[in-house]
Design a protein around this ligand. Structure first.
Ligand SMILES: [Zn+2]
Length: 233
């Protein structure tokens, strides 16, 4: 079986999604890249019974290479993120707070300094039907300089160097959205300004927008060090 370790990582993270509030039923999908191949969740299989054999291997154009099931309907979005960024893994979810705010905002305001771990205030990409190349294109555009994007009236997508980091960023994004929603329910939240965000960025190791390679795709990605930092602060 090709990409066995990657397939097992997909299963391990998929099984956490319901408990972490990132997905309901079979919604959401995860993938991780190894060279020119991508291991991605199949469509329609409940995560609690998902096995490594069920995970599908596709190439960077989304063509199935190995697997007995059909890959996720969001293959175009996953492969577009791999082609357009330096992502090593992509996590797409439908968490309730992120999805609620995706119907209200054009950008998640900087309510907490940890948003710098996602590259800065997270954009909301315009609505497009699920599974389409249009949604994939709009999502990648929304990711410019960021490692997270909200998809209007749909959900959220994050990426990272590996599945652990992409998943952790998905959890962080949902937490930020829940925080903003709860603060807004009580009043008008005070937001961080550009200087405060920049100081947080420097404190986290100076990575972030403008700190990546000239390719433009890595600006939203942080180092492994920074990616693991948010849980401990
Ligand atoms: Zn979706």
């Amino acid at each position: 079986m090709r990409l066995r370790a990657e397939r097992e990582a997909v299963v391990a993270h998929a099984r956490r999604m319901a408990a972490d509030g990132l997905a309901v039923g079979t919604s959401g999908n995860l993938s991780t890249r190894a060279g020119d191949l991508v291991a991605i969740t199949p469509t329609g299989v409940p995560y609690d019974v998902l096995t490594a054999e069920d995970v599908v291997v596709v190439d960077l154009d989304g063509t199935p290479v190995e697997g007995r099931l059909r890959p996720s309907s969001e293959v175009p979005m996953h492969t577009a993120v791999y082609r357009g960024t330096d992502a090593g893994a992509v996590v797409h979810t439908h968490p309730v707070h992120a999805t609620a705010l995706s119907t209200l905002l054009d950008e998640l305001p900087p309510i907490h300094y940890m948003v710098v771990l996602l590259g800065g205030p997270v954009r909301v990409a315009p609505y497009a039907p699920y599974g389409t190349e249009e949604l994939a294109r709009l999502g990648v555009e929304g990711l410019a300089g960021r490692s997270a994007v909200l998809l209007a009236n749909h959900g959220a997508t994050t990426y990272g160097d590996d599945l652990a980091q992409a998943y952790e960023r998905g959890v962080l994004l949902e937490w930020l959205c829940r925080l903003y929603a709860q603060a807004r329910a009580l009043g008008e939240p005070r937001l961080l300004d550009a200087e405060q965000l920049e100081r947080a960025r420097v404190a986290f190791g100076g990575y972030g927008q403008g700190g990546g390679s000239a390719g433009g795709g890595s600006a939203g990605g942080g180092s492994a060090n920074a990616g693991g930092a948010w849980g401990s602060r």
